[in-house]
Design a binder for this molecule. Structure first.
Ligand code: SF4
Length: 144
């Protein structure tokens, strides 16, 4: 079954659904993601009073505190975050076939609500791998 994104890609039209496009390109390159996103590493959230947090969702929440604008990023907090949030440290992610495409799920959702969306995540990643097979066979230049 070809979905709308595949129909667009195969006919040479743009389909700016970046989650899907990024997943297709990661699968094609064979890369892996040790985290679900760049929270606490490549980007942070900042509160109105200058506190730094792992991302916008953690603003004013102790769990993702990373320092403040006056004193900068606290390396102990940041290193602790990055080591504890690595997908290898997550349960049950280290046994999940999708771990290097998923990265362990949104940090904030996981800490607040647990891993309730894993079947959905695995389902859409399974579909994405199938779509990658069709796209790479039918329009291999799309990846260039
Ligand atoms: S799908 Fe669920 S169990 Fe698998 S890596 Fe993602 S968050 Fe972890």
């Amino acid at each position: 079954m070809r979905t709308i994104i595949e129909q667009h890609v195969i006919s040479g039209k743009r389909f700016p659904f970046l989650n899907m496009v990024n997943a297709l390109k990661e699968i094609a390159k064979g890369t892996h993601r040790p985290y679900p996103c760049g929270a606490g590493a490549g980007y942070m959230g900042v509160s109105a009073d200058g506190a730094l947090s792992a991302c916008h969702r953690f603003v004013n929440e102790p769990a993702g505190h990373m320092g403040d604008l006056v004193n900068g990023i606290n390396p102990t907090l940041q290193n602790g975050w990055l080591s504890s949030r690595h997908v290898h440290q997550q349960e049950p992610c280290h046994q999940c076939w999708a771990r290097y495409l998923c990265g362990g799920g949104c940090h904030h959702e996981v800490l607040e609500k647990g891993r309730t969306a894993c079947d959905y995540i695995r389902g859409w990643l399974h579909y994405t791998m199938q779509a990658h097979e069709r796209i790479s066979r039918l329009v291999p230049d799309w990846y260039r």
